[in-house]
Ligand binder design. Structure first.
Ligand SMILES: Cc1cc2nc3c(=O)[nH]c(=O)nc-3n(C[C@H](O)[C@H](O)[C@H](O)COP(=O)(O)OP(=O)(O)OC[C@H]3O[C@@H](n4cnc5c(N)ncnc54)[C@H](O)[C@@H]3O)c2cc1C
Length: 385
């Protein structure tokens, strides 16, 4: 349905900046634009009612990586880029806490544990134990001394082979975080429009600026900031900017309230591909991307997806049943999308002078997301914030 005159001219008239995607990155970008440009008109557009990416659907880990995940990053990136990535995750978390407040994100400094299980766990715990001292030394300039220490008590609690603890990570309440973002956007006079899909961009047809296409008509802006994460290629490939971002589904289950929990906190396993945490007397468990079900989601029919979901859920349930010693009832299940690539480094850049992007936030976007939003504005407008 075409926009009405009132919608086109009054509600969706030209603004200085349009941010596409109301996830952590898009909302942080809009807030950073407001800090830099107090008088500018800014609008955030999202195609879904609440956001259909990771921001409202994540597991609420405030994390920078478990030892075996960090070893993978180190191998993939090399020492300098690895330290830069950890530093950005860590400073993103600090920014999030400062800007939204610890209460505003429901932060609990529970610490976190990497839990090693099964035969694979025996091998990887041996490898991690051998290199833990070296990893702590490497991370010391960024995170301080002795970030990780052996935690046999956690291994016992979760019926596992071994465990390693970090006191620095924690958990958040994702809903509180999103609400706090919405409050800050409203206070900063930033418009929010939901349920409007952006389908393309055209430059130069409205004097100077960008014309933004939607299924209902076009909107004009001075500059556009694309923060659509996993779905980035839908928009950026059309601009001749072929990015290596693959949407990858992530599954989350939440148990019923349990009569007791072995421990409270945040737990990673199988190189971070499985994660679980406590929430309101329940266990939330998610991940399992390494089992390969994401292939069915991108390329196959609904029938195959349904089968794949059943197998996927059962694998997650088996994992947590083994940790608890019994099979819990699952009360909530959902899917969300992350943007992945060969490396776990977000992509920040420009398709032109007026169209900028920050995308490919993998599984730790809660941590690094605000830092990426601010870096995008620094990239687009120049100068550090
Ligand atoms: C199940 C799951 C669990 C996770 N758990 C954690 C965790 O515990 N800790 C952690 O640090 N990270 C976690 N993550 C990752 C984290 O949530 C993401 O990295 C982060 O939210 C990404 O933020 P974003 O703003 O880049 O993108 P998103 O939150 O994905 O937002 C992108 C937005 O763009 C919108 N959009 C897309 N295309 C268009 C278009 N054409 N027009 C208009 N709007 C569009 C989408 O609707 C979406 O709202 C998890 C992710 C998932 C899926």
């Amino acid at each position: 349905m075409a926009f009405s005159y009132w919608e086109r001219e009054g509600l969706l008239g030209r603004v200085d900046h349009v941010v596409v995607g109301a996830g952590i990155v898009g909302m942080s970008c809009a807030l950073a634009l407001r800090e830099r440009l107090p008088g500018a008109t800014i609008r955030v557009i999202d195609r879904s009612a609440l956001g259909d990416g990771g921001t409202t659907r994540n597991a609420g880990f405030a994390c920078f990586g478990s030892p075996s995940e960090l070893f993978e990053d180190l191998e993939a990136l090399g020492k300098d880029a690895f330290l830069e990535l950890v530093e950005r995750r860590w400073s993103g978390l600090q920014r999030l806490k400062q800007r939204l407040g610890e209460d505003g994100i429901g932060f609990q400094p529970t610490g976190s544990w990497e839990i090693f299980t099964g035969l694979e766990g025996v091998k990887s715990s041996a490898r991690v134990s051998r290199c833990l001292g070296a990893l702590n030394l490497l991370l010391e300039p960024v995170l301080g001394p002795d970030v990780f220490r052996p935690a046999p008590e956690a291994a016992r609690a979760w019926l596992a082979v071994d465990a390693v603890h970090s006191p620095l990570e924690g958990i958040i309440d994702t809903a509180k975080m999103v609400r706090s973002f919405w409050r800050l956007l409203d206070e900063a006079g930033i418009e929010r429009v939901n349920g409007l899909e952006v389908t393309g961009f055209e430059e130069g047809c409205n004097g100077k600026g960008v014309r933004i296409s939607t299924p209902h008509g076009s909107l004009d802006a001075g500059q556009a900031w694309i923060c659509t994460n996993a779905m980035a290629t839908e928009l950026l490939d059309d601009l001749g900017k072929v990015l290596l971002v693959k949407p990858s589904p992530n599954r989350v289950l939440v148990t019923e309230k349990l009569s007791s929990l072995p421990m409270e906190g945040a737990f990673h396993s199988e190189r971070g591909y499985i994660y679980y945490r406590t929430v309101d007397g329940r266990i939330l468990i998610g991940g399992g991307r390494h089992w390969g079900h994401d292939k069915d989601w991108v390329y196959s029919s609904d029938g195959k997806q349904a089968l794949s979901i059943m197998v996927w859920d059962n694998q997650l349930i088996d994992f947590i049943s083994d940790r608890l010693g019994y099979k819990p009832t699952i009360e909530h299940r959902w899917m969300g999308w992350i943007g992945v690539g060969k490396k776990r480094m977000p992509l920040i850049g420009s398709a032109s002078d007026r169209i900028h992007y920050a995308v490919r936030l993998g599984g730790m976007g809660v941590a690094i997301g605000m830092e990426v939003g601010v870096s995008l504005v620094e990239h687009g407008l120049g100068a550090k914030m």
